[in-house]
Design a protein around this ligand. Structure first.
Ligand SMILES: *Cc1c(COP(=O)(O)O)cnc(C)c1O
Length: 325
């Protein structure tokens, strides 16, 4: 789910100039104040919310889980979803409970989810919004009901925000148990490792206790701040990817043996009934790598996930597909 584009040459030069001034012999600012204020501006974080930075949002999930773990503490999530919720819950010592999404469209089964909240009283609910690997957004009112019904915190993981345009960040003021998480990874800076958690100061102060002091290194701080000053460059790339996503969907819809779901992300979920494995291998032989989701969850039988690439890459994918069919 990486952005296939690099930065323009002139911007790379300017960035390298900024890096020259970095003193690697000094520890970074442990609070990354300067970067945080830039992020607050770019992401429109409400004044009443506090921010916590992670070495990617994976590290933020780890901090939250470490802080909330204990006997009989549950992380509740719909399934299928981002695999790191379960992996990190297991490592941190939270019990993981999954509630199946609806089979046809992967929407949230609100009744089942509310029942699970009632039964397990989860310390943490994790919702990927939009959801990975299904690509859809859950119904906004259903998410609000989940936030209201939850006795613990609700983490809205908005890793694909730039591809959906939908957010709960402005709801932070109304819900003290709401956390909104963003990342720079999917918008084009996956190598930088920068995740952003926003929420009530009382909660973030607790999560901050399990953060190691210099988790955001000085090169990431300076680079993040520099590139966010040129956020328009990344925005333009995101707009291009969003437009190409629709072209790719149209291309796939032309094949009767392929089922493809609508997407609010930079990837597509597709099903090739009975032939996903040979498809996956055939594409791999053409040096096109998809994510093979068959076997990862009962709802994802014969499913593959493909990232939207450049127009040339998308075309190569569609042509290889044509050949395999
Ligand atoms: C990719 C992804 C992440 C992880 O992002 P990093 O900031 O690169 O760690 C988090 N959540 C979801 C849903 C993702 O798909």
């Amino acid at each position: 789910m990486e952005n296939p584009y690099v930065l323009p040459e002139a911007l790379i030069e300017e960035w390298l100039q900024a890096l020259r001034l970095v003193q690697l012999n000094r520890y970074p600012d442990a609070d990354a104040q300067s970067l945080k204020s830039r992020l607050r501006q770019v992401f429109d974080v409400p004044a009443g919310a506090e921010m916590l930075l992670g070495n990617g949002s994976d590290e933020l999930i780890q901090m939250i889980c470490l802080a909330l773990a204990g006997p009989n503490r549950v992380l509740l999530a719909p399934e299928p979803t981002f695999s790191m919720y379960r992996i990190i819950a297991d490592i941190a010592g939270l019990e993981y409970v999954g509630v199946p999404l609806r089979a046809q469209d992967f929407s949230l089964d609100l009744d089942a989810f509310l029942q699970a909240i009632e039964r397990y009283q989860p310390a943490l609910v994790a919702l990927s919004y939009p959801n990975n690997p299904t690509g859809n957004l859950f119904d906004r009112e259903a998410v609000e009901r989940v936030i209201q019904a939850s006795p613990g915190v609700v983490l809205l993981d908005e890793a694909y925000f730039h591809f959906s345009g939908e957010t709960f960040i402005r709801d932070l003021d109304n819900h003290p148990n709401l956390l909104v998480m963003r990342t720079l990874s999917k918008m084009g800076l996956a190598g930088l490792r920068l995740g952003i958690l926003c929420g009530a100061p009382d909660w973030l102060r607790e999560f901050n206790k399990v953060r190691l002091p210099y988790n955001i290194n000085v090169l990431s701080q300076v680079s993040g701040e520099f590139i966010l000053r040129h956020a328009d460059v990344l925005d333009a790339q995101v707009q291009q990817i969003r437009a190409d996503r629709e072209v790719l969907i149209q291309g796939l819809r032309g094949h009767p043996s392929i089922e493809v779901w609508p997407s609010q992300t930079n990837f597509l979920l597709m099903r090739v009934a009975g032939r996903s494995q040979s498809f996956y291998e055939g594409l791999k032989a053409e040096r096109i790598l998809l994510k093979n989701l068959g076997g990862s969850h009962t709802l994802l039988g014969d499913c593959l996930r493909v990232t939207v690439g450049t127009p040339d890459q998308n075309q190569a994918f569609l042509m290889a597909l044509q050949k395999l069919l």
